[in-house]
Design a protein around this ligand. Structure first.
Ligand code: PBG
Length: 327
């Protein structure tokens, strides 16, 4: 047979396969999401997220140490307060859970890079991501609170803030607040392309942040929409976002690619709690190979165009990269 072109030539062995790889990753692009909770001596496993824990400030350091050892350099902190109220006041309290965790973590592990999730749903008694007016979240009033939360995180030592509330204009509001307080150099990673997704289910168990009534569809995006995601991304870049995030990752890789093609800033993708929980559950049944699935999910996200990957598997992925299984 007269075949000149044979793609298989480049698949003949491990060395040539690695030589021609199109997607290369680095541990420095991994961000580990971590839950910190008010109280002492707490290290409780999250039932729907096997292997993930809520740590009190006095117990979180072992986990931070494991991250440093694994070569994962960045964490995203989520706080779970003891008290919730209508305006989520613990979200911007000087001695709030995230603020205390930041001060302690920065002192113990200054080599790590600390990003904070800026949102209100973990802190409000109603579980919505902002200030309510009737049964709706009032956009513009919420902006002042988000700005205050972001500033309080930065004052406590956050290296970057990541608003995840999906209010209109929040990036600009936070940017102004930070700049006005002398924090011009602190970047904002915007959860710009964030869909109203059932994939967040286990996170809401973990953080006790499920809305008490209704849903988040009036602020998070409808998953039927793609152009709307580009619009959100472009708007946030205009408002001063330094990094744009797409969330969830697995079912939204088309959006990762499209956003990457439309913006000049780095693109991050968040493999959320439901993605993690599905893999864990199927692996526990012996139905899939956890490590290989985890690797495929990660590589496909980078292949789609993400330069930064937020994942509960950060440590395990770092190990696979070290061992040359991926990367
Ligand atoms: C806060 C927030 C959520 C997640 C990240 N930030 C929950 C939500 O929007 O309901 C989800 C993360 C995950 O599922 O792993 N708004």
């Amino acid at each position: 047979m007269d075949q000149i072109v044979r793609p298989r030539r480049l698949r003949g062995g491990e060395t040539i396969r690695k030589m021609v790889r199109e997607t290369r990753m680095d541990k420095s692009s991994l961000i580990y999401p971590m839950f910190v909770i008010d109280g002492v001596n707490i290290e409780e496993e999250i039932p729907s997220m096997e292997g993930q824990y809520r740590y009190s400030v006095d117990r979180m350091c072992c986990e931070l140490e494991r991250l440093v050892e694994a070569g994962v350099g960045s964490v995203m902190l989520f706080g779970i307060p003891a008290e919730k109220d209508e305006t989520g006041s613990q979200a911007y309290a000087k001695d709030g859970i995230v603020q205390r965790a930041l001060r302690e973590a920065k002192a113990r592990f200054p080599e790590l890079y600390y990003i904070t999730d800026v949102c209100m749903c973990e802190y409000t008694s109603h579980g919505h991501c902002g200030i309510l007016k009737g049964h709706d979240v009032e956009n513009d009033q919420t902006l002042a609170y988000l700005s205050r939360i972001a500033l309080s995180h930065v004052e406590a030592g956050a290296d970057m803030v990541a608003p995840s509330d999906m209010m209109d204009g929040r990036v600009q509001a936070i940017r102004r607040e930070l700049d006005g307080s002398g924090f011009k150099e602190i970047p904002i990673m915007s959860y710009a392309v964030k869909y109203a997704s059932a994939f967040y289910g286990p996170f809401r168990d973990a953080a006790g942040s499920a809305p008490a009534f209704g849903d988040r569809k009036s602020y998070q995006m409808d998953f039927h929409n793609s152009r709307e995601g580009i619009r959100e991304a472009l708007l946030d870049v205009k408002e001063g976002a330094d990094i744009i995030m797409v969330k969830p990752a697995l079912s939204y890789l088309d959006m990762v690619t499209k956003v990457r093609d439309h913006v000049q800033v780095p693109v991050a993708a968040y493999s959320v709690s439901g993605e993690y929980a599905m893999v864990k559950a199927a692996a526990a049944k012996g139905w899939i190979e956890e490590e290989r699935i985890m690797c495929e999910m990660a590589v496909s996200t980078y292949r789609a165009g993400a330069g930064i990957y937020l994942t509960y598997y950060a440590k395990e992925l770092a190990k696979c990269m070290d061992e040359g299984k991926i990367g």
